[in-house]
Design a protein. Structure first.
Length: 442
């Protein structure tokens, strides 16, 4: 029997088993990634780990909300046999010096230039197509934003690429009733949670990459209404996030040290307005804030041989969140509430990979999130009694270690990658998640 065909059959069977296990666990263990925030003391939101971490750890201060940018493009290892494009099962710890992934290259956009492939990831409901043609490569991808399907379309040239992500959930309804003596109208517009438009840019500037994203996201259902039956009554809601991300990386020229730095920033709006005739009232919710988060990532090979690499990395970010001032009460009996939070977080990580033969590569990694220092504060002042009420919380914490291991099988134009991940120290197989991706290259 042909040994290579036997190997291929074995890989497909193993991958299918991993995908089945994952499907059972995935629906129970995830909620968006887009938007997940736990609450701890004083209702302060909690940060999610860096984008590449395999699970979201509970945290005392918010880090990411709404769509977290795709992983930053990273330097590839020197060894030719290991310097390959991987699926998203690889490098879930976010090591900066590791080889490229399909997610990282789609984020940089121009890195997809010249590729001819289809990639499908059933475990994460994702698919991408690259059609290389001369100096231009056309990109198409399907993904999800909350419960909405998201379409990505773009072009990749040698040193520049651009892509647009769109997910839509909008409805406009108009109702009019006319009588002999009166006219009644009712208009309503609704935008659903997950509705997004995002622009992604990537450029090669000498020996560095520059990537950028700009997006507008509706993070919960938003409804605006207007009625007029002689008196005009309006109700407006704003539940959107306007944000962006900018990053610079030495990926194209990195040798012994790979790095990237940049910042994430967004405005999170929580606002309602009611008006009737000439009277109106505006309310700012507790989740209205400005978020700024600089980051700096490092990665370096600490061991390299002809068929193996071991990388050590450190991903660091500094989230700062300033909440809108909230006023409650009326006249002299008003209370103002001011909140802010900031912190320093870092994620040490390790990643190893080995080429077993020309068909098989195995990889594994581990990381954890360390809240080096964070502080959140709330200041309340009552105007009538001149009373102040100040609260501050200082936190230092190390969160549970995350680990994953996976395998890559390649035969001719077929590539299959699968991995599993779990919290170290948890009950056996508890919280198990998996990832399965399949390439067809041409």
């Amino acid at each position: 029997m042909n040994i290579k065909l036997l190997t291929l059959a074995t890989a497909v069977a193993v991958s299918a088993a991993v995908a089945q296990d994952y499907d059972d666990e995935y629906e129970e263990s995830t909620s968006t990634e887009a938007s997940t925030e736990a609450t701890q003391e004083e209702s302060e939101p909690e940060p999610a780990p860096v984008a590449a971490a395999p699970q979201v750890a509970p945290q005392p201060m918010p880090v990411y909300q709404e769509p977290a940018p795709a992983e930053q493009p990273a330097a590839a290892p020197a060894q030719g046999g290991l310097n390959v494009l991987h699926g998203n099962a690889y490098n879930m710890v976010g090591n900066e010096a590791a080889a490229s992934t399909i997610g990282g290259d789609m984020n940089a956009v121009y890195k997809m230039n010249g590729r001819k492939l289809i990639y499908v990831e059933p475990s994460d409901k994702y698919g991408a197509l690259a059609l290389g043609s001369g100096s231009m490569t056309y990109l198409l991808a399907f993904d999800n934003s909350e419960d909405l399907g998201m379409l990505t379309a773009g072009i990749a040239m040698k040193s520049f690429g651009i892509a647009l992500d769109v997910a839509l959930d909008k409805e406009w309804r108009s109702h009019e009733v006319n009588t002999a003596n009166n006219k009644n109208t009712n208009d309503r517009s609704t935008t659903g949670q997950g509705d997004i438009i995002q622009l992604r840019l990537g450029a090669l500037l000498g020996g560095v990459d520059l990537t950028a994203q700009l997006y507008w996201l509706t993070y919960q259902d938003e409804t605006d209404t207007e009625t007029d039956n002689g008196v005009k009554v309006e109700h407006d809601e704003d539940y959107w996030t306007l944000g962006g991300n900018l990053a610079i990386s030495n990926g194209p020229s990195a040798k012994n040290l790979a790095w990237s730095f940049g910042a994430q920033f967004y405005r999170h709006t929580d606002w309602q307005k009611d008006s009737q005739g000439n009277q109106s009232r505006e309310v700012t919710g507790e989740n209205a804030y400005i978020h700024i988060q600089p980051f700096f990532n490092l990665g370096t090979p600490v061991f390299q041989s002809e068929n193996a690499n071991v990388f050590l990395g450190l991903n660091t970010f500094v989230p700062v969140r300033i909440y809108d001032e909230i006023e409650e009460g009326e006249g002299n009996a008003t209370t103002t509430n001011n909140r802010m939070s900031f912190g320093l977080y870092t994620s040490p990580n390790i990643l190893g990979e080995m080429a077993v033969n020309e068909n098989w590569i195995v990889f594994a990694g581990a990381t954890y999130l360390w809240n080096v220092f964070s502080r959140s504060s709330t200041e309340k002042e009552t105007s009538l009694t001149k009373t102040t009420d100040d609260t501050s919380i200082i936190t230092m914490h190390t969160y549970a270690t995350q680990a994953n291991a996976g395998v890559r099988f390649q035969y001719s134009h077929l590539i299959v990658e699968a991995s599993i991940a779990n919290d170290l120290g948890s009950d056996a197989w508890a919280g198990l998640v998996g990832n399965l991706g399949v390439f067809f290259t041409f």
